[in-house]
Write a new protein. Structure first.
Length: 195
């Protein structure tokens, strides 16, 4: 519905099958919302449009941020379709849904919010990349935090913990590469050598 001069709104016309300008003929408050009797300016079809506020539901969601997880209640419209892979914002962070369960505890790929029993999501606005750092014969583990779209290239220099290192190899989960570039979101581990 688009804002227009008083008494005029853009609505979907069931006769034209288009969104067109409509003139409001009558307005009646009902059910916490409003019923509008409107006339299409294109075909003169008169029809009723029922506008009601959406009901909010709280979805129990396990939010995983690296190694820590918390259980939160996420607000949604009860009729909103939610899918695995959808991204949402909560407490200033971005999350992607990885699993949804219905009332019968079965996993589903998409559901209407009002029928979701619980869900799981992972934080996606940052990634933590595990590192193997080798200096001579000594190797140690560490990690670094960055945005998912940061690009890393083999044989380039990187500063970690106050020292400069060379990216020797990048592991993506599908194998290790000694050359090429990868986005942080695709990296499972980076191997660094002292400069």
């Amino acid at each position: 519905m688009t804002s227009k001069p008083e008494g005029h709104v853009d609505l979907f016309c069931p006769s034209c099958s288009l969104e067109t300008e409509h003139t409001t003929l009558r307005e009646k408050g009902a059910g916490g919302g409003v019923d509008l009797l409107v006339r299409c300016s294109e075909c003169d079809n008169v029809h009723t449009v029922i506008l009601r506020p959406r009901k909010l539901v709280k979805i129990g969601m396990t939010l995983s941020d690296g190694r820590s997880s918390s259980f939160e209640s996420i607000d949604s419209d009860d009729d909103e379709e939610i899918r695995v892979g959808d991204t949402f914002e909560h407490d200033g962070f971005e999350w992607t849904i990885t699993r949804l369960e219905g009332r019968d505890a079965r996993s589903m790929k998409k559901m209407v919010a009002g029928s979701i029993r619980r869900g799981w999501a992972i934080r996606v606005d940052r990634v933590i990349i595990p590192l193997t750092m080798t200096d001579g014969e000594v190797s140690r583990s560490s990690s670094m935090e960055c945005s998912p779209d940061t690009i890393f290239s083999c044989e380039t220099h990187i500063e970690v913990e106050g020292s400069t290192w060379v990216i020797r190899a990048i592991h993506t989960g599908k194998g290790r590469t000694l050359r090429g570039r990868r986005a942080a979101a695709d990296i499972r581990r980076m191997y660094l050598h002292a400069e």
